[in-house]
Design a protein around this ligand. Structure first.
Ligand code: TXA
Ligand code: MG
Length: 308
């Protein structure tokens, strides 16, 4: 992978469900088509990330953001910082086409317009929103040059080279909650600057708040139903099966009849939603192996089952 990647080739990779790292003003992102569940899953596989956090979805402009989220007048004023290092967490628009795995099954979505010409050209050429966490293996430092991305992944990930990032710190994440603004992650845009432009205080999310960082929370994606793990269903319960499963008369979904962890990960959030909608008081979940994506699947299930 020595040849320089151009925008058209990078966009074609992304449209084809492949990953491509790209520059933003904050850090390099490991991008995937946010509407393609398999592509988003390869982000987790490539990063070796043990849990499915909701990802930031990168768009070209406010108009594209409005196709994915409900943008209130207050949110629209914050969009004055776009393109720029500000991520807005907004209510998701139903049927927005984003893969469940990209938003970790939440009914909100984190959006930003990166302030980098190559990033914007790439999203435009790909013609779809791009999910992109920092382009580093899990637990390592965020990369601010293409070379760091290449060496971090041993050359396995194609990188669109846009030179060094100007900011080097990830974007500031603000949740717009009615007429309140809550900072979920400090970042490259100072809170005071947001306050002075918008003319209202930006609250800090309490460290233990359910909204703080959904990926970190013990009880995060909590279905309405109680969840029992590593088990078989009892009468009255819904059943989330994996692999060969005994037939069950209650509401049932099988994460992967062939016991494929990639397929299971792809189905995880949507099947939990579906079983929750069945109104069974409890969802029993079959044992899932811990290898590969199984670690992230089990992490999410443990959070869904955590005491609330
Ligand atoms: O600067 C950046 O923001 C970089 C560059 C590549 O753009 N991207 C980045 O993305 O840091 P990512 O996907 O790693 O950020 C994920 C974080 C989650 O850990 C969570 O805190 C927050 O974004 N997040 C995403 N969706 C959310 C949601 N629906 N509600 C609350 N927080 C959310
Ligand atoms: Mg990161």
């Amino acid at each position: 992978m020595t040849a320089l990647l151009d925008i058209a080739t990078a966009a074609a990779l992304l449209r084809d469900g492949k990953l491509c790292a790209f520059p933003t003003e904050t850090v390099y992102g490991l991008g995937a088509d946010a509407t393609n569940a398999d592509a988003v899953l390869s982000i987790y596989e490539t990063k070796g990330r043990p849990r499915f956090n909701p990802l930031i979805i990168h768009v070209i402009d406010l108009a594209m953001a409005k196709t994915l989220a409900e943008v209130s007048p207050l949110a629209e004023r914050l969009a004055a910082f776009w393109p720029g290092p500000l991520t807005l967490v907004l209510p998701a628009k139903p049927g927005n086409g984003l893969a469940d795995i990209a938003t970790a099954g939440l009914d909100s979505v984190a959006l930003r317009v990166p302030n980098h010409p190559l990033a914007l050209e790439l999203i435009r050429a790909a013609g779809r929103p791009l999910a992109a966490p920092s382009a580093n293996p899990s637990g390592r430092l965020s990369p601010t040059t293409a070379e760091q991305v290449r060496s971090g992944f041993d050359g396995r990930v194609p990188v669109l080279d846009g030179g060094p990032c100007t900011s080097g710190v990830e974007s500031t994440i603000i949740r717009v909650d009615g007429d309140r603004l809550i900072q979920l992650r400090a970042g490259a845009l100072a809170r005071a600057e947001i306050e002075s432009v918008i003319g209202q205080p930006v609250e800090l999310a309490p460290k233990d708040a359910a909204i703080a960082a959904p990926g970190m929370l013990l009880s995060h994606y909590a279905p309405r139903a109680a969840v029992r793990l590593n088990t078989q269903p009892r009468p009255g319960e819904a059943f989330l099966a994996f692999g060969l499963a005994p037939s069950w008369t209650g509401p049932t979904r099988n994460l992967s009849p062939s016991a494929d962890l990639h397929e299971a990960a792809r189905n995880l959030f949507s099947m939990l939603h579906e079983l929750d909608a069945s109104e069974a008081p409890t969802i029993a979940v079959a044992p899932i192996p811990f290898d590969g994506l199984g670690e992230a699947i089990n992490d999410r299930l443990e959070r869904a089952a955590a005491p609330r």
